[in-house]
Design a protein around this ligand. Structure first.
Ligand code: DAH
Length: 330
């Protein structure tokens, strides 16, 4: 028993003298490990009577508990020392900039549409959204483009079945609106249109904005005024514009509008004209009382001119290096 007491004393000294976790662990193994001193003491049991065995075991277990207690306490002290050393060593640089959250921005086409809307809302138009799945009647027939009409060939249409299609032009909305609303009408319809065509100036999906005015005494001069003013507002400078006589089955007279660049080259950006009396008849508007003018602007076309983009496919490839150049917000 005396030996055991001495042993406990020396273990306690050993624990106290451990200056780091490794040393402390060595002490633990030395006394409590499988081949440790305290474990080996249990082997002496066979030399004792059963009464003595009880006492002996009790004392050994008590010592074990004490050793475990001291080791745990020392472990906590060592943990604290390690933490304090780390705190002393590590410095937080409060002047370092934080992690920034990157903000998204508007797609250049969305931005262009909102510029267009801004202008037209300012001069008394309203903007209406419209369906992209259309039927043959609204996309072609009612617009005076009957079956077998050569104008249909220029629209490489995506058909769902013999009647339904992805609209090839926003002009479909002229019919839907004029059937529903009574004049006066001053509306624009921006939206997506679809044609089976793909190269650096064409994508199978692109955007148009259609404009429609129906009222008494609407004439070609009104149409020209609106288009000139819109283009000056959009390009922010006095650009050179040319109205070129053209043909659309749903307007008469019809014109296409070109922008003339620095080298004198004409770039077509929109089609327009006075709504054809046949179209007005199709929607039950009396062309002796009312007249109407309309225009359809290619949104990618004018966006490409404004930003100097030469390949239309850039808009839809979702390359962030391209998109990041347009930091527009609402
Ligand atoms: N819908 C025509 C196209 O996609 C563009 C157009 C021409 C629209 C004349 C009009 C218009 O409203 O009057 O090519």
């Amino acid at each position: 028993m005396l030996n055991l007491k001495k042993l406990l004393n020396s273990i306690e000294i050993n624990i106290k003298n451990s200056t780091n976790k490794e040393e402390l662990d060595k002490v633990r193994i030395k006394y409590l490990g499988k081949k440790g001193i305290l474990t080996s003491y249990m082997k002496h049991l066979k030399y004792f009577s059963s009464e003595e065995k009880k006492k002996y075991c009790f004392t050994i277990n008590q010592i074990k508990q004490k050793v475990i207690f001291h080791i745990n306490a020392k472990n906590k002290i060592l943990d604290k020392i390690i933490l304090n050393q780390r705190i002393k060593k590590e410095k937080i640089d409060v002047s370092l900039p934080g992690r920034r959250i990157e903000h998204g921005s508007l797609h250049p086409i969305t931005h262009t549409i909102s510029c267009i809307k801004h202008f037209f809302l300012k001069i008394g138009f309203q903007s209406v959204n419209s369906p992209e799945i259309e039927d043959e009647y609204h996309n072609f027939d009612a617009l005076n483009i009957p079956k077998n009409h050569p104008a249909r060939d220029s629209h490489d249409t995506f058909w769902f079945d013999s009647n339904r299609l992805l609209r090839t032009q926003t002009s479909n909305m002229q019919i839907r609106i004029m059937k529903k609303e009574k004049p006066p009408i001053r509306l624009i319809f921006p939206g997506k249109v679809y044609r089976n065509d793909h190269d650096h100036t064409h994508t199978p999906m692109f955007h148009q904005v259609e404009g429609l005015i129906v009222d008494k005494n609407i004439n070609f001069a009104n149409l020209k005024w609106i288009i000139y003013n819109f283009l000056y507002d959009f390009f922010k400078t006095k650009i050179s514009i040319q109205f070129r006589p053209s043909y659309f089955p749903f307007t008469t007279p019809s014109a296409e509008v070109d922008i003339i660049d620095d080298k004198g080259k004409a770039l077509e950006i929109l089609g327009c004209g006075m709504v054809h009396p046949i179209v007005l008849k199709n929607v039950n508007i009396n062309s002796n009382i009312y007249s109407a003018c309309a225009f359809g602007i290619g949104i990618e076309r004018i966006a490409m001119l404004r930003y100097g983009i030469t390949d239309i496919r850039c808009f839809f490839e979702n390359d962030v290096r391209f998109l990041k150049q347009f930091q527009y917000n609402w």
